[in-house]
Design a binder for this molecule. Sequence first.
Ligand code: FES
Length: 107
Amino acid sequence: MSWIGVCDVAQVQEDFPFSGSVEGKEIGVYLVDGEYFALEDVCPHAYALLSQGFVEDGKVECPLHEAVFDVRTGTCLHGPGGRNLNRYPVRVFENQIQITFIPETVE
Ligand code: FES
């Protein structure tokens, strides 16, 4: 499994995710209760970056049409999201948040 650096841990705060492009994919990195999560960042409904939406209590609301996703699992909880988000394994290595592109999806 190869790990790719996304950002430093200091760039992610509770309710303030990091958004970045990693190997051509938009990725959002979130911190919830001390644990990091990485999700695909483009809303599957239309084009909006979820990390620019409202984040609270482990959920992110799309800034465009208000679909809501569970940050821990990527599950679409309600709204027009259409499907669950791809979630990527995360590790912290020397203060760097790294992901790997083996998606963990929730049915
Ligand atoms: S673009 Fe996200 S809900 Fe429409």
